[in-house]
Design a protein. Sequence first.
Length: 518
Amino acid sequence: MYTYLVVDDEYYTRKGIIKKLESLSDQITCIGEAENGTSALEQIEQKKPDIVITDMQMPVMHGNKLLLTLADSYPNIQIIVISGYKDFDYVKNALSANAVNYILKPFSKQELCETMKKAISKIKSSQTSHLQIALHEEEMEQLHYKYDLSLLQNLLMGLSVSEIKITSKKLYFISQNHQHLVIQLHSLLPLPDSLIQTCLIDCGMSELAIYLPNPNNDDSGYLILFLPETAAVSVNSLCSNFINQLNHLNSNLKSSTIYGISKIHPNLMQLHTAYLESCQALNQMMPNNEKSIFEYKKLENSIFEWDKQDEFLFRLEAGDITAVQALIEELFTLYENTKDCNTHVIKYTFFQLENQLHTLISIYFEQSISTESASINNIFHSIYFLEELKSYYLQYFTQIASLLKSKNVYASKTLIEQVQYYTEHNYNKNITLEFLSCLFYVNRSYLSHEFKLKTQLKYIDYLNEIRIRHAKDLLQNTDKKLYQIAKSVGYDNVKYFFRVFKKYTDQTPEQYRASFRI
C-alpha cells in the first residue's frame, strides 16, 4: 500500500481529489492534508508519504518553493502538480522537480487516476535503476513535448513567452529549421487530430510539420510547416501534397474545407504574424466560390454599401426582432449576388455596423455591451463560411434587438413623438419624409400633414432647426473646420449649409463663431 499527501489551500478541492482517487483504494491511502507548503513539509517530515499531490497558488509557502524543497530534500517522493494556471514558469518548475504530471484544473477523475497510476508505477520501477532511468527519460520527454506544444500554441496566438527554447527530442528539428509558414484549416466538418497526423505521415511531412488543433473548435486547426533554407521540394508542392492526401483520406473534406496559407517567415517570433496572415488569406473567400486554397495577400478595409443600414439600426433600436432578422436575411442575399464581395468585406461592414450599435446601446444601458471581442477575435479570425456568418449575426442581432425591446424606446410614444425622438438622435443622417414614412409604416403626405398639425412646423424646418442648433454649439465650443461641422450635423454640401445657417440665424457660420471670439 502506497501513501499520499494532498496539498491545496481549498478545502473542497482537497476532498475532491481524495474522492476521485477512491477507486485506487486497494493500492493507495491518504495519510494527510495540508493547506500550504509549510504545513505540507511538516507532515512530510513526520509521515514520509510516497506521493505528494500539490497545488501551485497557495498562501504562506508557494507551490514553486515547495517543489524546490521536495526536489532537494525528498528526491524519492513522487510529485503530482495541479494548477488552475497554464503558466510556463509553473510547468518549468514542475519539470525541474521531476513531477509525474502537470494537471490543469478542472481535471477529470480519469486524468487524476491515470496520473496516480503513473506515480505508483514509478515507485515500483525504482527497484530496478535501469528501468527507472528509462521511464524517467520517457516521461520527461512527454513533459517537454507538452511544454513545446504549449509554447508553439502561445506563440501562434500572440501570447507572450519568456523565452523560445525547444526542449523535446521529438520537436528538436524546429531548432534547426525556424523558417516556417502556417496553413489554417477550416471546415464544416470535424477535423480529427488523428486524421491530420496520419496524413502528415503518409506525405512524409511528420518531421517537417506540427498540427495544433483549435482548442475551442474541432472544425479548425493550424499546420505549422517548417522549411529548411534549401528545400528539395517547393512550398506549393508540399502544401498541395498535404491537401490532396487529406482529401484522399476523407473525401467529404474536399467540398467542406478551406485552407489559408501565410507567407514564409524566418523565425518563431513571427509565428503570430503568420497566423494572422492565414486568417486574412481565408477572408478572401467569396460566396458561391468553389476555390478552397487561399494564399495570403493584403486586403483593404472596404465597406459594402447598403441602402437600408439606417433602417436596420432603427429596427434594432425599436426592438423589432422580426424586421431585424428579415433585413439580415436580405443583406446576406445581396452578398451572395454581388460580384467581388469577399468575406473580409462582409466582416468589416458588420464591424462598422457594430461600432454604430455600440454608440446606440450606450444611450440606453449604463454598462455598454462590448462588441470588440465578437468583432475581432470571434469573427475575423474564426468564421469564414457565409452560412456561419449569417447564423452568427442572426443570433447576435436578435439578442441585441431583444435587449432594446425591453426599453420600449418607441412603443410608448405617439407617431409625431416617435418622429421627433428619431430626428433628435439621428439629425446627422440623411433623413427625409420618405424615409421616415417607411420607418413608421405611414403615408408620406399623412406624416407631413400630421407633423405640421402637431408642431406648427414643416418637417424640413424642424430638422434644420435641430441641425443648426448643434452647429452653433460646435462653432462656439470647438475649433473644427466649417466643412467638418457641416458634415457632422448632416450637411454634405458646405455651401448649402452656409445658406441654411444664414437663413435661420441671419449670420454666416464665420460671423457666428467670430462673435464668441471677441
